[in-house]
Design a protein around this ligand. Sequence first.
Ligand code: COA
Length: 336
Amino acid sequence: MAFEIIATGHYVPSRRVTNDDLAQTIDTSDEWIRSHTGIGSRHIASEDQATSDLAVEAALNALEQLAPGKAMEAAKTIDLIVVGTSSPDYYGFPSVACIVQEKLKIENAGAFDVVAACSGFVYSLDAAAGMLRGNRKRALVIGADLLTKITDWSDRGTCVLFGDAAGAAILEKTDAPEEGPGKRGLIRTVLGSEGSGASELLCARGGTRDPFKAGETLDKPIHIYMNGQAVYNFAVRAFTDTIERLLEEEGITFKDVKKIVPHQANMRIIRAAARRLKISEDKFFMNIEKYANTSNATIPVALDEYARSGDLNRGDLIMTVGFGGGLTYAGNLIVW
Ligand code: COA
């Protein structure tokens, strides 16, 4: 029994905002953003879009790949919906996964969200695979975020970093081997957490720790607070450790891995990790220049772009690596 990705999809909102566009209203420049982060532009959702709207589009894109012209029919074959998100349509409940279930008219499917910040898609794939071990066959696994609605647009140190997007993968339980020669699909996952760093990256207001009070006037909506330097240091360490652990546990070297599909928060994090690991930056599939940091969506969007590029072939061994708020970190090894 193996857990294989049989289709992928993604969606980005149509409105593309360049660094120069941001510099019209924020004290920043294309030169600063590019040199400090590698970001050139980001896509920003419209006022009337919520995270589930992006998630549904990404899911339809994956279902269309699975069954051209029959995406809604293919949706009926889904037994489980898992959505990694840090920016749900509603606080607490309902989950984005339940809204996706209703919009795609998927019947008889379990649906829930995973909260692991930018590591969420990696966690979600492993959670879905674990739950397919029972009497379920197909899972729709989505990473979706609309962080621009929970961004402090007066904080130039964070607002230039984020964009909106969703990515999806359809994971299927197949008869292929999960171990030994010819093994396929999701073969290994590393999951980690460091709650001691929770305060370095968080949305402080609105939860049960500090709820809004009746009559309170807010000067800012709920927004992301980030200690950039602390998160940067954590990210480089967690990223390299996760990659090394996956290689070591699997007993392989970089030569065996075709590409690493990483979470992309800052190109400098990837560069620093590549230097530490003594590997070329070409080993990473990058698209941060176009989309910025889309949190849970970064890895599945990149995975879909890579899969559709024609360069990823059946049997190739690839790696995903994520890190983010929590703090969390995670990585998958996947035989495509
Ligand atoms: N435009 C222009 N100048 C900016 C700016 C912007 N958008 N943002 C910050 N600056 C300024 C600062 O005010 C500071 O100016 P000063 O020296 O006069 O005080 C200067 O640039 C340097 O700021 P600093 O915060 O030290 O920059 P940095 O090189 O550490 O880069 C981050 C900041 C946020 C890009 C970097 O710390 C980072 O990427 N951290 C990790 C973020 C991350 O991974 N988050 C998500 C995890 S999933």
